[in-house]
Ligand binder design. Structure first.
Ligand SMILES: Cc1cc2nc3c(=O)[nH]c(=O)nc-3n(C[C@H](O)[C@H](O)[C@H](O)COP(=O)(O)OP(=O)(O)OC[C@H]3O[C@@H](n4cnc5c(N)ncnc54)[C@H](O)[C@@H]3O)c2cc1C
Length: 457
């Protein structure tokens, strides 16, 4: 055991640090597959042990890496450079449910789906629904400002955080309303403070939901159709884009050949009161009739679930196309999506890369995936050229580097494409206010800000 871990263990007394090889190995990576060095893992069960761990680790000078379920796609929880992993697995209680105020307070480690299952019998739901909701935690969702298919109508995590109880690196417990520091912690990827619990806004369950899949031509055409529909007053809950290559892959995986037509698809859901949903659905269906677009509408709950299974099968089906996924999630204004998709297709084909595009396009969010193999160094080199070109084009089109997966260790070297030098310096100063010694999640977002001279001019 390293001396600083030994010292921390002595100070923590009955809070056990697990340093066995199985722990250090299992907690040193996330969904990116990138690994750091986990010196030990702790599983606090409540506020008091969590406060002691954070405070004493800070005093000993041991970096702290908060970890929910490790489903992050930007390496946010990876213990870069070595440190203590603090898992929230054993902090998943519902602390309060207030029906009249439509709020719930939960510990950070509760899994999103556990919260949904708790709320359902009470007639409520929590709108942010990342595709990882069966495993990812509310703490991780807040730290990444997670989005999901329902984001077009309901917005992303930020909209639902009412207040956070969090711990500074000095071990002080603060309850911040969203109008204060909680807004900064939401999306800060665990770099500014440790979230213990969150009070969240929740919504009554909608009366009905109708799901449809529309055959929408090539990628840029599909984006133009989506923009046309939205500007005609159509207000879906879900508006997802699945390009033809991704759909072919999913169709093969799910043995759903009727969707392997060489077209891109738009995936819609409308929800709300029955008459409102009927009106919205009619706007969609008449648009499809007028434009000769094929539409498959789920007639009942079973068919609706089948269509959602198709959507959820994207990630596992792509996994069969390559052992390494270069996984980017850019975000753009709706009006720029068609140009972005054309650029992505052209550039991937020029660089001879196997590229798949899908995402929550209603929210401007596109997932761009290159399926490759990290052992093929020449192909990886071309993939990295693609990624920088993609980010430069996205920023030129008015977009940003990440829609929902965060910056972490995968995108911190590209911050200079988006931000000016002055802005980056201000951000670095903000980090210094919260965590002067850089003990909280070091090696991530802020380590991408290398000098005051970096950044866009
Ligand atoms: C198949 C798949 C589908 C996905 N789909 C989506 C999607 O639709 N939308 C989306 O937004 N994301 C998606 N993701 C990415 C990922 O699930 C989200 O980023 C999620 O919010 C991470 O939650 P987690 O509990 O796994 O957090 P982790 O990966 O463990 O950690 C993520 C970040 O949160 C920080 N953190 C965790 N807990 C705390 C805490 N208590 N206090 C302070 N910081 C903390 C960590 O330090 C890290 O920086 C997907 C991932 C997978 C694998």
């Amino acid at each position: 055991m390293r001396k600083d871990v030994e010292e921390l263990s002595r100070r923590l007394g009955d809070v056990r640090i697990h340093t066995g090889a199985q722990y250090r190995y299992s907690y040193n990576f996330d969904a990116t597959g990138r690994r750091g060095e986990c010196l030990g893992v702790v599983f606090p069960e409540g506020l008091d042990p969590l406060v002691r761990i954070v405070r004493e680790a800070g005093r000993v000078g041991l970096p702290v890496f908060m970890r929910g379920a490790g489903t992050g796609f930007s390496g946010g929880s990876v213990p870069v450079g070595g440190g203590l992993v603090v898992s929230t697995e054993k902090m998943r209680r519902v602390l309060d449910f207030n029906r009249t105020a439509s709020t719930v307070e939960v510990e950070a480690g509760i899994v999103n789906k556990e919260l949904q299952d708790y709320l359902y019998p009470h007639g409520f739901f929590y709108p942010p629904d990342p595709a990882s909701l069966k495993v990812s935690t509310i703490g991780g969702n807040i730290a990444e400002n997670a989005g999901g298919p329902r984001a077009y109508k309901y917005g992303v995590t930020r909209r639902y955080v009412l207040s956070l109880t969090w711990i500074t690196i000095a071990g002080e417990v603060i309850e911040s309303p969203f109008e204060g520091v909680a807004a900064l912690l939401t999306g800060a990827e665990g770099t500014l403070g440790v979230i213990y619990s969150a009070r969240l806004d929740i919504r009554p369950l909608p009366e009905v939901a109708v799901t449809s899949v529309v055959q929408a031509g090539n990628g840029p055409d599909a984006m133009e159709r989506a923009a046309e529909l939205l500007s005609s007053g159509f207000c879906p809950t879900v508006l997802e884009f699945i390009d033809s290559r991704t759909m072919a892959c999913v169709s093969e995986y799910m043995q759903a050949n009727e969707f392997d037509t060489g077209d891109s698809f738009l995936f819609f859901e409308v929800d709300g009161p029955r008459d409102e949903v009927a009106t919205q659905q009619e706007i969609l269906e008449s648009y499809c009739r007028e434009n000769g677009l094929g539409i498959v509408k789920a007639g009942d709950e079973t068919e609706r679930e089948t269509l959602w299974e198709l959507r959820r099968a994207i990630s596992p089906s792509l996994a069969r196309k390559g052992i390494t996924k270069v996984n980017e999630d850019v975000s753009l204004p709706l009006g720029s999506l068609a140009d972005a998709v054309s650029f992505i297709n052209d550039r991937a084909s020029q660089l001879d890369l196997d590229c798949y595009v899908f995402g929550h396009c209603g929210d401007g969010n596109l997932h761009v995936n290159i399926m490759t193999d990290r052992r093929k160094t020449e192909e990886m080199r071309r993939s990295m050229i693609f990624v920088r070109d993609l980010f430069e084009e996205v920023v030129r089109l008015g977009g940003t580097l990440s829609g929902e997966h965060g910056i972490g260790i995968t995108k911190n070297r590209y911050l200079d494409i988006l931000f000016s030098g002055g802005e980056l310096e201000l951000q670095k100063n903000l980090k210094r206010c919260f965590d002067p010694e850089e003990y909280l999640n070091p090696g991530k977002y802020f380590s991408g800000i290398v000098s005051s001279g970096s950044g866009r001019s």
